[in-house]
Every structure is written in structure tokens, then in C-alpha cells.
Ligand binder design. Structure first.
Ligand SMILES: Nc1ncnc2c1ncn2[C@@H]1O[C@H](COP(=O)(O)OP(=O)(O)OP(=O)(O)O)[C@@H](O)[C@H]1O
Ligand SMILES: [Mg+2]
Length: 232
């Protein structure tokens, strides 16, 4: 990651007695009474077995879902209790998100996929013409600006997804199993890029069921049956 790529200064995330409960047949699923503080510019790995609530928790942090109880505070904003409009602004400007399948707009080339959130945020053409190539350079894809998503490998698509998640200089980056469709070496490369994003000042929350992929120096939160069972 080129050190010239600016991220916003890292956001702090406070989870207060957070619950999101899905009633299922006979049992309850979701996340239950999760409380923790994620320091600004830290790198947190959220891990746990399938169904333990990782995606549910990440969606609450990204304001893609609302809690049934408790609060998510990002830079003091109660993102779960915010209006639709405030949530939309938060998703556009404060948080960047990366998912397992790197959903890109298939009709748009790489440049325009990365530029899209910035256009929505009102960033001007001239600024885009410097910001997007710089980001593509940071993820090693400057030569693919004109390519369509279908012409990319999965690892390249994930890196376009990362550039797009960073284009509005988020202060928080959330990533849900972004290496799930990648081979080990490519997955490690992507996680190295996330580490560089963090080193530039962005808070990073990475969900993975494969913590072996990640530097052991990072803080790990472990979920089991929707509850936080370990923090180290
Ligand atoms: N929309 C939903 N409706 C009902 N139950 C749901 C819904 N979303 C998730 N759940 C349930 O909540 C629990 C946690 O799901 P979640 O997707 O957060 O797990 P996860 O840790 O991300 O798992 P995986 O590693 O497989 O992605 C599971 O038992 C799941 O079945
Ligand atoms: Mg999941």
C-alpha cells in the first residue's frame, strides 16, 4: 500500500450490551449481550465457528442491520439508533466494507467501480482522476483500470473491492471473510494489505474463521453461540 494513500484517522467502536436475536425453531440465534471497546487505528480479528454470530455482529457495526438491544457507538454516533439518512451517510463516508464475494458492478470497468462511492459522495472528476489511479496502484492493479470485473481473477476482484472500500477514506474498515474464495498465498497478500491500511490509520475489523492467516500480533475476539468468549 503506497504510503501516500490517505485513510481517515481511525474511528473508535464501542459495543454496549449488544444483542440481535433471530428467533429460530426451538432455539435462539444471533448475538447476545456483546460489550467491548475497539481502539482507534487498531486491527481486530473476529473469529469463531460457523453460525457463531460474526456476520451478524459485523453487519451491526456497518449499520447494515439494527440491534434489538444495546448500542454500537462509532466516534460517539449511535449507528444502530440513527435515522436511515444518518446511516446512509455513515455507510458512505465513515465505514468501508469488504465481503467474501467482492460484489462489483459487472457493467462498469475497474476504474468506475472504484470511483462509484466517491461519485455518490460528491467527489469531483479531477479529484477522482488522481485518487482512483493512486488507489489502484496501491493494490497493484493500475494496469487493470479499463478491465471489466468478469476479466479479473478472484484475488484481483477482492483488491478492486478493497480499493473501492477505501475510496471515500473511511475511518473504519470491516471485512467479512474477504479471503474465503482465495488460495492461501493470495489470502495472505490481501490480509497484508489490510494491515497496511491499518498502519495508515484506519481501524480494521476482520472476520475470519481461519485466524492462522492473520498475524498473531493482532487482537482477537472470539464468538461462540453469539457470545463473546475470548479477547486476547
Ligand atoms: N436473517 C436471519 N434470520 C434468521 N436467522 C439468522 C439470520 N441471519 C443469521 N441467522 C442465524 O444467526 C446465527 C449467526 O449467524 P451469522 O451469519 O452471524 O454466523 P457467522 O458466524 O457469520 O457464520 P459463518 O462463519 O458461517 O459465516 C446463525 O445461527 C444463523 O442461522
Ligand atoms: Mg458469516
Amino acid at each position: 500500500m503506497a504510503s501516500t494513500v490517505p485513510c481517515g484517522m481511525g474511528a473508535d467502536v464501542v459495543l454496549e450490551d449488544l444483542s440481535r436475536v433471530y428467533p429460530t425453531t426451538g432455539d435462539l440465534a444471533g448475538v447476545f449481550e456483546v460489550s467491548t471497546v475497539i481502539e482507534p487505528t487498531s486491527f481486530v480479528v473476529l473469529t469463531g465457528p460457523s453460525g457463531s454470530g460474526k456476520t451478524t455482529l459485523l453487519n451491526l457495526i456497518a449499520a447494515l442491520d439494527r440491534p434489538d438491544k444495546g448500542r454500537v457507538l462509532v466516534e460517539g454516533l449511535d449507528v444502530g439508533g440513527a435515522t436511515e439518512r444518518a446511516q446512509a451517510t455513515y455507510r458512505l463516508r465513515t465505514v468501508g466494507a469488504l465481503f467474501q464475494d467482492a460484489p462489483l458492478v459487472s457493467e462498469l470497468n475497474v476504474f468506475n467501480n472504484v470511483a462509484l462511492p466517491a461519485l455518490l459522495a460528491g467527489v469531483g472528476r479531477e479529484e477522482l482522476d488522481s485518487r482512483v489511479p493512486e488507489l489502484l496502484g496501491s493494490v497493484g492493479l493500475e494496469h487493470k483500470a479499463a478491465a471489466l470485473p468478469a476479466e479479473l481473477s478472484m484475488g484481483q476482484r477482492q483488491r478492486v473491492g478493497l480499493a473501492r472500500a477505501l475510496v471515500n477514506r473511511p475511518r473504519l474498515l470491516v471485512a467479512d471473510e474477504p479471503t474465503g474464495n482465495l488460495d492461501r498465498a493470495t489470502g495472505k497478500g490481501l490480509i497484508r494489505l489490510l494491515g497496511e491500511v491499518c498502519a495508515l490509520g484506519c481501524t480494521v475489523v476482520l472476520v475470519t474463521h481461519d485466524p492462522e492467516l492473520v498475524d498473531i500480533g493482532y487482537r482477537r475476539l472470539e464468538l461462540l453461540d453469539g457470545r463473546l468468549v475470548s479477547d486476547r
